[in-house]
Write a protein that binds this ligand. Sequence first.
Ligand code: 5GP
Length: 207
Amino acid sequence: MKQLLSARKGFPLVVCAPSGAGKSTLISRLCADFPLCFSISCTTRHPRAGETNGVDYHFIDKKEFIRRKKEGYFAEWAEVHGNFYGTPLQPVLDAMADGRDVLFDIDVQGAAQLSLTLPDAKFVFILPPSLEELERRLRNRGTESEESIVRRLANARSEILSSHWFDAVLVNDNLDAAYDQLRSFYVASSLRPRLSPALARQTLGES
Ligand code: 5GP
């Protein structure tokens, strides 16, 4: 019983950013520094060079995606840049019940859905210094076609405009400074009393 009462609940940390804002790099650093569970999404897009099935994404076809969607497999899902993406619900619930915080790399539409279903979730939005800089980074990445770059820039504009409801917003101008802010926000969020409901009473010897 004492063991159960002292349990800390894990919480969802949702990180959103327009494509090319440096989100993946910041997320990788956070995962290297803390024992976070990364939520591996399903997607219908094709793997890029260097991506591994089951690690970066679960790569599935459209028919299978729709089948899973119908059976309630996803905590949220969205169509992004012409492909389907969705978060498997059960692994998230299992990790949180185990006291692990779960990191989500999803788009703004998915984040809005999670804000309704996961009440302990915290939401961070990463801004690029400017739209021009975002375009420069996307082109330098060399992974996207011209059509994909144009689509990602148009999406970036609307995502940035919908960032006002997030719990935190930070500008990735300097990577180290942006990472310090993300790290601080994560640590502060993880200290919320509601995640450790029995801690105060235990300190008083009352549990
Ligand atoms: P990419 O194709 O570049 O890996 O990802 C494109 C966009 O889809 C990114 O903004 C990424 O955060 C988002 N995304 C990845 N997985 C999910 C997911 O499970 N749900 C939603 N809503 N968006 C996702």
